[in-house]
Design a protein around this ligand. Structure first.
Ligand SMILES: NC(=O)c1ccc[n+]([C@@H]2O[C@H](COP(=O)([O-])OP(=O)(O)OC[C@H]3O[C@@H](n4cnc5c(N)ncnc54)[C@H](O)[C@@H]3O)[C@@H](O)[C@H]2O)c1
Length: 330
């Protein structure tokens, strides 16, 4: 059996997935340019520092190893940045994926699991979003992900590529052993921002919009534990390996939590007051994104283990406390 190539495996979700893949007996090689990833997160399996947009790096990697399949996390993923610099998003995310798929084709690797996002869905946002919900991405970041889904679909039709695009809702939490965790720089994700405020690393938390049409006026998201996401990638690889259909699948928990609910829960978990301040909405953000994952459960046998927001935040809190005590090399 060959290796699984994990692009972006030095990032948050990638590092957790590599840990789980190695625990499940897979051999892995991470390819990451460390643009937003961290060398100390690529601690399981092999690591190559390089860019998915570089065909020479990919050729050397695919010709020097036996690669069975690719798990493709590598992307830029900040909504606000994508609004300011859309060309970078299309170049890095869409361009990078085209270069990767082209190299896979040259080297006869025909299986890929891709990190997509619930941000591909458009309004209305009130119910549970299934895979049949209208597609209407609001930001260049989300559009880059949708374009890649379409590229995968077309390539599968033309060449027999086997793919699963996993539409994550909000990744959250950390490895309970705290070997890896969430470290985005700059941090834009809610739970780390809340916990950094609890630790006193930030004076207060800015709540980006309290005038959304939701019960408490703050935006609602569906938080899915990063290890449950990681496990879905392993199930997707097994599904494709055993002849399962290609397509896009939601990874959501089916439960929405508002920003204020997250803050209240984090106050309970941490015992800290966590001061907040109301701030304007962020361009490209939706009111409510809550997903239905019936298809991932039925087709992959996905069965998320972390269904309680307290527990998700507690794993993140353990990681952030460890980071605060022993800052890791960045
Ligand atoms: N975090 C979430 O809630 C969430 C939700 C939906 C989708 N996603 C997607 O999941 C994936 C992982 O997200 P994350 O939160 O772990 O982000 P992250 O920034 O921690 O990880 C992305 C990794 O990709 C690497 N990378 C970026 N461009 C690269 C390139 N051209 N070549 C090689 N490596 C490159 C970065 O250095 C980083 O290690 C991304 O594709 C993101 O769009 C994340």
């Amino acid at each position: 059996m060959g290796q699984i190539l994990v692009t972006g495996g030095a990032g948050y979700i990638g590092a957790h997935t590599v840990k789980r893949l190695v625990q499940a007996g897979f051999e892995t090689v991470v390819l990451d340019n460390l643009a937003t990833g961290h060398r100390d997160f690529a601690r399981f399996g092999d690591f190559i520092q390089g860019d998915v947009r570089d065909p020479a790096v990919l050729d050397s990697l695919f010709s020097s190893r036996t690669i069975d399949a690719v798990v493709h996390f590598a992307a830029a993923s900040q909504v606000g940045e994508s609004v300011r610099d859309p060309l970078f998003y299309y170049q890095n995310n869409v361009g990078g994926t085209i270069t990767l798929l082209t190299a896979m084709r040259r080297h006869l690797v025909d299986t890929i699991v891709f990190s997509s996002t619930c941000a591909v869905y458009g309004p209305p946002f009130d119910g549970l979003l299934s895979e049949n919900h209208p597609i209407a991405p609001l930001s260049p970041y989300a559009r880059s992900k949708r374009m890649i889904e379409e590229i995968l679909e077309d390539t599968a039709r033309a060449t027999g590529l086997k793919y699963i695009a996993l539409r994550y809702f909000n990744a959250a939490g950390a490895d309970p052993e705290a070997e890896v965790g969430e470290r985005h720089m700059p941090e834009t994700h809610l739970i780390p921002l809340v916990l950094q405020t609890a630790l006193g690393q930030r004076g207060q938390l800015d709540i980006l919009g309290d005038d959304y049409p939701t019960p408490d006026g703050t935006a609602i998201r569906d938080y899915v534990h990063v290890l449950d996401l990681a496990d879905a990638h392993i199930l997707a690889l097994k599904h494709l390996r055993t002849g399962g259909d290609s397509g896009a699948l939601n990874l959501g928990g089916g439960q929405g939590h508002s920003v204020l609910e997250v803050v209240t829960t984090a106050r309970e978990v941490t015992g800290h007051s966590i001061p907040v301040r109301m701030a304007p909405r962020r361009a490209g953000d939706s009111t409510r994104l809550v997903g239905e994952a019936a298809r991932a459960r039925a087709e992959l046998g996905w069965n998320p283990q972390y269904t309680d927001l307290h527990e998700i935040i507690a794993t993140a809190w353990a990681w952030h406390q460890k980071e605060a005590l022993t800052p890791s090399p960045r």
